[in-house]
Design a protein around this ligand. Sequence first.
Ligand code: URA
Length: 217
Amino acid sequence: MSSRAEAPEDAYTAAPFVPDHAGLTALRRAAAGCRGCPLHRDATQTVFGAGSAHARLMLVGEQPGDQEDRRGRPFVGPAGKLLDRALEEAGLDPADAYVTNAVKHFKFTRAEPRKRRIHKAPTLREATACGPWLAAELAVVGPELIVVLGATAGKALLGSSFRVTEVRGTVLEEEIHGRRERLVPTVHPSSVLRADDREAAYRGLVADLEVAARALA
Ligand code: URA
């Protein structure tokens, strides 16, 4: 048994690490030292959001993957490449968006020591613990529209009853962290890569992003 005292899961929170009234640079620096939940222990680094503080569009994913964890930037792996292609097809420039994740550390398991790292979905508690970073990003960027990529991001922003299949491709208006936000939920791009019918899944993602493009026009 570990002799180290563990905070109980319901006490996980990034809140004490988030500086007040900070811009993105100061937030990113502070997030690098976040110990608000145990995910920082095995991850290489914090993967904070990337993009302009003036972006009109914010994209929120689940958590960094293997490549994002190594490179320190969100959506630079296979899911990110597919997402960029889908955004462009929908008429949105990926370079204009602020891109982030609900959870800022990579969570993974290994089948055997030193074997490949396998993505493991974060718990709702871990996503909730990380919420103060997302709230701070939303306060600084103040996007006109949020594209919610999959269930983890949806639950982090809209609560545990969120079901992506029920609301994908629609424009929602909700109060989030004290601000009225417009959101378009869609599937996570990784689910497109895993789908039996990849082409149909990709077309569905593009159609949802077209709704976002029209909402921003
Ligand atoms: N999946 C995510 O949700 N975010 C990333 O940054 C990469 C893959």
